[in-house]
Ligand binder design. Structure first.
Ligand SMILES: O=C(O)C(=O)C[C@]1(C(=O)O)C=C[C@@H](O)C=C1
Length: 367
């Protein structure tokens, strides 16, 4: 053994001792924080039957603060992710939160639910977006997670349409970078692939890559990426396009990584529930508006937002379910409904709309 290695071993030992004592301190502080959360739960319980344990605005503030005070060497996102898990565990101590998401297991929506609520939430996959709405409405779960728009492929109509027949509110949003991989099972022969399964949205998000690499292979749209991965399990001539979670869950091998056409491909998900969320300091509001079917209606809807300097982030149009050629507008903007300017603008829009519903004001996605 050289003198250098002995010196190196000694240094390693010292550093590990230091890490051990830092870990003890972290553990003590986490326990102290958890005890505090238990006391918070007592305070909330005293407010009665409908005590709200999960507080989206407070969680957003805690995560933003974790990022703001971070000086490295961990990235702001890593630091916030650690606090996300600590808070998730603290909330589970207060009252375990039940979350339904568009399944099956292994979908990007599950990943979004985990990213938003952390690993200590009790999550349940459901087969369709309508079912997620129904289970939250029935009170079987506290919150639901559904996809609403993709940066490459646009809006998920099914989610917007569900709001037309629902009293649920939006309590949060979460954005996920979507990376698609081409994956196969251990019985697949890569040179014999004749069929590629995926969800229609994912096939569309990888269209150019597929045209270039598998121009003559049949593309089969199935109900989810996870379903695609499951089907490939026993097929020697098929591949699936799905994400990391599905590959891991079904034990598939990734043949080509990150095959999405746009490197910034991301999907936005909504957290739906029954609670009205107070302002967090950096919020968004979503509206659903029906206008009378007459000239200038869209102008009347948008004009107050311009006058009050409100930053619109999205306007979508959907056919209304009440009559042919009438439309419902879904409008998102920055700010909280409790702010004076926004409350005034909403009053004006409400005066010229045939129907206006604030779907919710909620913290802008942090992570
Ligand atoms: O501040 C609260 O209301 C808490 O319950 C504490 C806490 C936390 O761990 O920081 C936990 C759950 C809530 O969703 C928000 C924050």
């Amino acid at each position: 053994m050289t003198e250098e290695t002995v010196g190196g071993d000694q240094r390693l030992l010292e550093l590990r001792n230091r890490i051990d004592s830092i870990d003890s301190e972290i553990a003590r502080l986490i326990s102290e924080r958890a005890s505090c959360a238990l006391e918070v739960a007592e305070v909330k319980k005293a407010t009665g039957e409908d005590a709200l344990y999960y507080r989206p605005e407070r969680e957003a503030q805690v995560l933003r603060r974790a990022m703001e005070r971070n000086d490295g060497p961990l990235t702001d996102e890593e630091m916030a992710r650690l606090f996300r898990e600590i808070m998730s565990a603290c909330l589970a101590l207060e009252e375990p939160v039940k979350v339904a998401y568009l399944g099956p297991e292994g979908t990007f929506t599950q990943q979004a639910a985990l990213k938003h609520f952390g690993n200590s939430a009790q999550s349940r996959p459901l087969a369709a977006i309508d079912e997620v709405f129904r289970e939250v409405e029935a009170g079987a779960v506290n919150y639901g997670v559904v996809p609403v728009e993709n940066s490459t492929e646009g809006v998920i109509n099914h989610t917007l349409d569900n709001f037309m027949n629902s009293n649920l509110s939006i309590c949060g949003e979460v954005e996920l970078r979507i990376h698609h991989h081409l994956m196969i099972s251990d019985v697949t022969r890569p040179e014999s692939i004749t069929r590629i399964y995926s969800h229609a949205q994912s096939l569309a998000q990888c269209r150019k890559w597929l045209d270039a690499h598998y121009p003559n292979v049949e593309r089969v749209a199935v109900s989810s990426n996870a379903d695609a991965a499951r089907r490939v399990k026993g097929e020697w001539n098929a591949a699936a396009i799905a994400g990391d979670m599905a590959a891991e869950l079904y034990g598939l091998k990734v043949l080509s990584e990150k095959i999405e056409d746009r490197p910034d491909n991301s999907t936005r998900f909504l957290i739906i529930g029954t609670q009205r969320v107070p302002a967090s300091g950096d919020d968004k509001t979503s509206l659903m508006v029906s206008m009378r079917n007459e000239p200038g209606a869209l102008h009347d809807l948008l004009e107050p937002f311009r006058r009050y300097g409100i930053d619109l982030t999205r306007v979508e149009t959907r056919p209304s379910q009440s009559g042919n050629w009438t439309y419902v507008f879904f409008v998102d903007f920055k700010g909280h409904r409790n702010t004076d300017d926004i409350a005034e603008a909403l009053k004006e829009v409400g005066a010229c709309a045939s129907d206006l519903k604030v779907l919710g004001s909620y913290p802008r996605g942090v992570l």
